[in-house]
Write a protein that binds this ligand. Structure first.
Ligand code: FE2
Length: 251
């Protein structure tokens, strides 16, 4: 079985109104069958940087190159060789969990968090604040071991909802939100071969990476059929899975 949380039911992931409610569930997948890591290593090597050990990228590539490399890799996720991996993964692993047809982000995010680079951090936020509807969820896939400050910091769903309400009610400033959310958060601890699913209510963000190891991760939003996606559109921001993958031609 690919799924680590074997007792995870569809009812814990999507409710009857097609709202995604999944609360930071960690699942397992086969890194040989879905070679996200190999693809990223190959792309970095194509640009002339040693990518043998992704946790040591800060040693093999200048900091000033990271942004351009990341942007280029994100555009490359629109190509067929990436989609074969990501769409098969979605079809084989995610759709059975969600019990519904899924559309995925056309261009997927690839993130590189170097040690010590405090300017690289992403403030705590939720997907809802960025206009993502409750019919959508996020799949976060670390390609390096994640722990402590190199990981995504998260707050469980109920506490995220409570803190978000409080922040609105009391009109917290950005610095107050960051302080409170940081104190309430915990790092995701995972190894390559694991992925994390969460809904748009979950508060998440980064903190300065003090681990001495680079973190590389991919993430993408997914939209369930019949769910509210708000501002983003299927056919634009989201795409349906490639037809040949759904037909099983590639598997
Ligand atoms: Fe986010």
């Amino acid at each position: 079985m690919s799924i680590m949380t074997s007792d995870l039911t569809i009812g814990q992931i999507v409710d009857g109104d097609n709202n995604v409610i999944v609360d930071l569930e960690q699942i397992k997948y086969d890194v040989e069958k879905y070679p996200f890591i190999g693809w990223v290593k190959k792309k970095i090597a194509e640009r002339g940087f040693d990518s043998t050990d992704l946790t040591q990228l800060h040693e093999t590539m200048p900091y000033t190159e990271v942004s351009a490399l990341t942007k280029w890799m994100i555009t490359e996720t629109g190509n067929k060789n990436w989609r074969e991996i990501a769409h098969s993964f979605t079809h084989d692993i995610l759709e059975p969990l969600f019990g519904r047809e899924i559309a995925v982000q056309r261009f997927m995010n690839i993130r590189v968090l170097l040690p010590q680079r405090h300017e690289m951090i992403i403030n705590f936020h939720t997907g809802l604040w960025y206009g993502h509807g409750m019919g959508t969820g996020t799949c976060w896939i670390p390609l390096t071991p994640v722990f402590g400050t190199n990981s995504m910091q998260v707050i469980g769903r109920q506490e995220s909802i409570r803190l978000t309400k409080l922040a609105y009610k009391e009109a917290w400033r950005q610095d107050k939100m960051q302080e409170v959310f940081f104190k309430a958060s915990r790092p995701v601890v995972a190894d390559p071969g694991e992925a994390v699913l969460f809904n748009q209510e979950i508060i998440h963000g980064n903190v300065p990476n003090e681990t001495g190891q680079t973190r590389v991760s991919i993430d993408f939003r997914l939209a369930v059929k019949g769910g509210k996606i708000r501002r983003k559109l299927v056919g634009g921001y989201y795409v349906l899975l490639d037809k040949d993958i759904r037909k099983g031609v590639l598997s």
